[in-house]
Write a new protein. Sequence first.
Length: 476
Amino acid sequence: MVLGTTSGAGKSWLATALCRWYARRGLKVAPFKAQNMSNNARVVPGPGGRVGEIGSAQYFQALAAGVVPDVRMNPVLLKPEGDTASQVIVLGQVRPDLMAVPWRSRSEQLWPPARQALQELLDSHDVVVIEGAGSPAEINLHASDYVNMRTALAARAACLLVTDIDRGGAFAHLYGTHALLPAEERALIRGFVLNRFRGDASLLAPGPQQLQALTGVPTVAVLPMWREHGLPEEDGLYDEAPRGEGIQVAVVAYPRISNLDEFQPLRRLPGVRLSWARTPAQLAGADWIVLPGSKHTSGDLAWLRAQGLDEPIRRHAGLGRPLLGVCGGLQMLGRALHDPHGVDGSGPGLDLLPLETTFDTAKLLRPGRVRFEALEAPWAALSGVESEGYEIRHGRTRAVGEGAAVALRNADGEAIGWQRGHVLGLYAHGLFESPAVLHSLFGATVPALDAVFEGMAEFVEQHFEPGVLEGLLGTC
């Protein structure tokens, strides 16, 4: 199990690297995170052939492990819809009945299905690589926290505790976390990991030695700063400075942005400069503007207008520059949002595509291949391109009147994308992860995910103390 002293310490990427490291040794590996809180999700198989959704981190960890992603790998997913409200998803399906249950009471109801999913993975795999959440030593939450040490105890997991040394205070974080855990839980900590280290490693002494003398736990790895491992960031991607040179692609970063990880390839694509926009000034000079997915379309559309972003977006389209809306972004580009069931919200759209969206209580989850129709410039290069994609939405959208040409169809032949001039709206997520789509639009591609996973496994092989990772299996 990979635990962290804080959120953002590096748990997700290290768990992903370990999934590939153990899988390379011929072991059958599964990832697991009892509960994730993220609006970045993927559509995967569930019980009885019914598809569901899990956090993107566990999806990528499953790919790294070489197994089919499964809802049991992230049995509980919370998708924030506001500062104090989240959609609750259990084993891939929305549970409206749990949204109003108080936090601590809800945890007690969520732990049994999470524990069962964990046990099923333990029974059917050689190794389960578990990811914790936040810190295991939040003493105000400890009694109801089932994601960290309750899961660790249930699995009798050998635990690594990771800290971000670049933030400062790493030894205090490690010592304090260890000290706050009850003795039974402390006994599961097998090693400390210093992540994102920059500089001369000899300057760490005598810190690791003194820490081991105080806790009995060795520091088993010092991982150098590595910003370009290639794994999509689960959260916080839009806080980074613009990257790259060439075509300027500005993604509007509204508060409830979802599935932002699908834009990761653009960060690494030659000839593209990716930026995240929250103000009109940050849209200035953009060659492309992208309205991404949203967990709360009407709320994010209201925010977009309050920020004064609507008029720059309209000017951009009026100048004949590419404007792309994905899922919630597509809904915003239409004329109106209708919400008869109180799912999201009603109101006028940006009226840049002749579309109307009605929100349904049932969430549509659909993976599969999609195919572009014959498109006009500037999207003509996509004509006939096929790709894998996935849909996650409550909205049902239809064209109204003339002027919107069908741009994309799913495997069932249903229209899930429309174009009018330079404005394109698509319901399919994940298209920028397709080499065919990237090459058609930009004439370049990025390394395949499998190469990314291999590089991560080699990185931990190089920087962990010899024999540590093999030894963890013998201590569970």
